[in-house]
Design a protein around this ligand. Structure first.
Ligand code: ASC
Length: 128
């Protein structure tokens, strides 16, 4: 368990930072901003799938106090928040599997499902 709520906040923010780095690099490849490397893409997809399981643990009771982007609505509607996190995890797992294929269309669709999970949750539960 976390010693302080600050530790829980650090934990979830660290996981999100690592997800954004890995997911951002995948996006750069799909947008043609850098060459598509199937091996690196699949590795990053596996990273995101594993990392997506981490942040939820950091949204402990009382950790809505700090200066973070997390809105109080997370704790008001915790069951829905948990469900959306689970959907993200499922979509990220699907992307990791799709990334081992050479079906670029499936990879792009799966990538967009994860992106929608990120954005859908941010729109409701994150400041700005
Ligand atoms: C990213 C990132 C997000 C999501 C979101 C998708 O790379 O940092 O928060 O994708 O922009 O719509």
């Amino acid at each position: 368990n976390f010693k302080e709520t600050d530790d829980a906040i650090d934990y979830r923010q660290s996981a999100f930072s690592l997800m954004a780095y890995n997911f951002g690099d995948m996006g750069a490849m799909l947008k043609g901003k850098k060459p598509f490397d199937a091996e690196i893409f699949a590795m990053r997809a596996q990273n995101v799938a594993a990392l997506s399981k981490l942040p939820l643990e950091g949204f402990i009771a009382g950790s809505d106090k700090g200066e973070t982007g997390a809105l109080a609505k997370i704790w008001a509607d915790k069951a829905d928040f948990d469900t959306q996190m689970k959907t993200l995890q499922d979509n990220a797992a699907a992307l990791a599997i799709a990334s081992t294929s050479d079906d670029k269309k499936l990879i792009k669709q799966s990538f967009m499902s994860v992106a929608k999970s990120c954005k859908g949750c941010h729109d409701v539960y994150k400041k700005d």
